[in-house]
Design a protein around this ligand. Structure first.
Ligand code: AMP
Length: 542
């Protein structure tokens, strides 16, 4: 064997911020803060403060691979934690603040988080959960010391600015195995407790390289990027990393994701490129249309996380001249799997034909292999008609969940996505359904099983099945079909009230439909496909 004679440098997250500091030091990072104002600084400043974060973590005596959790919006301090935590060899655990407090406490304990850094908007949440988080020793509020709440009741609470402000920015990023864990994100599966995807430095860097490619997100030093997709969910689709890799300007929306705020930020910061779930873009378009507003700089937007409605692709393209890139992925895939861009041979097609392609979830990115299979595992043809279970594999796709939860998820080395799809002869994949029954509301998952479990806990309920029903704003909202116990009664409003305090408000079903029976399959499982057919003419009360 003859080895290549090229330098062997591990792919580490710290190299991204070092690169951005050295080669794009004056490129801007603009953030809307929880305080409401706009904060501006540069990659040079971000690199400086990330090193202060690393020193501050050393000061807490945190060990290698110890977990540091965040409950934070998209903003510059969160970015510094992305680099300071992972760069110094610790693991960044971004927690989704929209989860129920009990779930948050559960995952913080499961991850064995030692530090929790949070935006002040989440103070009441932290006050509610800190007593149930035995592993967390340090609480850091992402604010100036003068905004630190007095008598918060949270032990060892410090302000981020005094915590890092006291530290030196002299810090040499350590070198270690690129397979070391860098960050983690919990996904709420359909059964049992949430499971975590544990990303590595290597998987994150390969994903960041791929994300920047022209046929993927096409990011460059000429872009001004607005990730509306949250940094608390799958690392904002890797944008905090790919932006540093390309030297693109970053614009963070903070907590203000309503149409008016997003529009004003896009215009003020000359945003060329934005990324988010359909719900956010729906709010933006709803704000713009009646006022006759137009974009002056926005050129492209990536829409994914749930299926992008065709009307939205049309509106962006035809009314506003913005190219929509439909994307598909999942937490277990870092998350990018496919993006929809045309091929050379499609350029001569009439606009209508091109649009048909654009509506699909797209082609595989190099680094993600995919196939569709039948229930016996046999690979199905790529004819655009035959649908099957979608399997994927590649270097930024999960091999195993954190702590081995749920056993070995792979089948012959492939990760079964739980999605059902077709693939056409050109390799364009289209999701036709989900084999899992989770409900996607505003880009977030609602576990139908959680919703059902609460309903069946009501004394008058014999059986319950929860399905997602299309909603113009939230994509889908949960509706629960209920069979009452003989001789017992419960009203719609009583049952909805029964959910109070048991799950997060936005996970509570919008409506209850009383049915005689829920269709059952041969193995004693509820047949939700059949139920959806039965409720085909049902309309949500809006
Ligand atoms: P998550 O792990 O929360 O990011 O959710 C991943 C799941 O969201 C996928 O398995 C799909 O079911 C769904 N999903 C993501 N993107 C799309 C899309 N563009 N179209 C349809 N479903 C999508």
């Amino acid at each position: 064997m003859m080895l290549g004679l090229m330098q062997n440098q591990p792919l580490l997250i710290s190299s991204l911020i070092e690169f951005a500091e050295r080669h794009h030091g004056d490129a801007e990072i603009v953030s809307r803060r929880v305080e409401g104002d706009l904060h501006r600084y540069t990659y040079k400043d971000a690199a400086h403060r990330s090193r202060q974060v690393a020193n501050a973590l050393d000061g807490l005596k945190l060990g290698f691979s110890d977990r540091v959790a965040t409950l934070a919006w998209n903003g510059y301090r969160h970015l510094e934690l992305y680099y300071g935590v992972s760069g110094s060899g610790r693991v960044l655990h971004t927690i989704n603040p929209r989860l129920h407090p009990d779930q948050i406490a559960w995952i913080a304990k499961h991850a064995e988080d030692q530090v929790l850094c949070f935006d002040l908007s989440f103070l009441p949440l932290v006050q509610a959960v800190h007593g149930k988080c035995p592993t967390i020793k340090h609480y850091i509020a992402l604010c100036e010391p003068d905004r630190l709440p007095a008598d918060s009741g949270i032990p060892n609470l410090q302000s981020y600015e005094s915590w890092i402000g006291a530290k030196s920015a002299d810090y040499v990023w350590p070198s270690f195995d690129e397979n070391t864990a860098s960050s983690m994100c919990y996904t709420s599966g359909t059964t049992g407790n949430p499971k975590a995807a544990l990303y590595s430095h290597r998987s994150t860097l390969l994903h960041a390289y791929a994300a920047a490619l022209p046929d993927v997100m096409c990011l460059s030093a000429r872009d001004s990027i607005l990730p509306v997709v949250p940094m608390f969910h799958v690392n904002a689709w890797g944008i905090p990393y790919s932006a540093a890799l390309t030297g693109a300007k970053l614009v963070f929306p903070g907590p203000a994701m309503d149409g008016k705020s997003v529009y004003e930020l896009i215009e003020a910061e000359k945003v060329t490129y934005a990324a988010g779930v359909p719900t956010v873009w729906q709010m933006l378009l709803t704000h713009m249309k009646p006022a006759g507003l137009k974009f002056s700089t926005l050129k492209r937007t990536v829409i994914g996380g749930s299926a992008c409605p065709p009307a939205m692709i049309h509106a962006f393209q035809e009314d506003y001249g913005v190219e929509v890139l439909h994307a598909w992925g999942m937490t277990e895939m870092s998350p990018l799997g496919t993006l929809c861009t045309l091929k050379n041979k499609h350029l001569a097609l009439p606009a209508q034909e091109q649009m048909k392609i654009r509506l699909k979830q797209g082609r595989s990115i190099y680094g993600v292999d995919m196939k569709i299979v039948d229930p016996s595992g046999k690979e199905l043809p790529w004819d655009g008609k035959t649908f099957g279970d979608l399997y994927v594999k590649g270097p930024w796709i999960l091999r195993e969940y954190y702590k081995g939860e749920g056993g070995d998820p792979l089948i012959d080395g492939w990760f079964p996505t739980g999605d059902v799809a077709t693939i056409d002869a050109d390799g364009y994949m289209q999701i036709t359904d989900r084999s899992k029954d989770v409900i996607k509301s505003g880009g977030e998952w609602i576990s139908s099983i959680d919703v059902e479990n609460i309903a069946v806990a009501h004394p008058a309920v014999a059986m319950a099945a929860c399905i997602g029903v299309a909603h113009p704003k939230w994509d889908e909202r949960p509706v629960i079909a209920v069979v009452k116990k003989p001789g017992m009664d419960v009203t719609r409003d009583e049952l909805i009230k029964f959910y109070d305090g048991k799950i997060a408000k936005w996970q509570i079903p919008d409506d209850v439909v009383f049915v005689e029976a829920i269709p059952m399959g041969a193995t004693g499982k509820m047949l939700k496909t059949k139920l959806r057919e039965l409720l085909r003419d049902y309309k949500l009360p809006l």
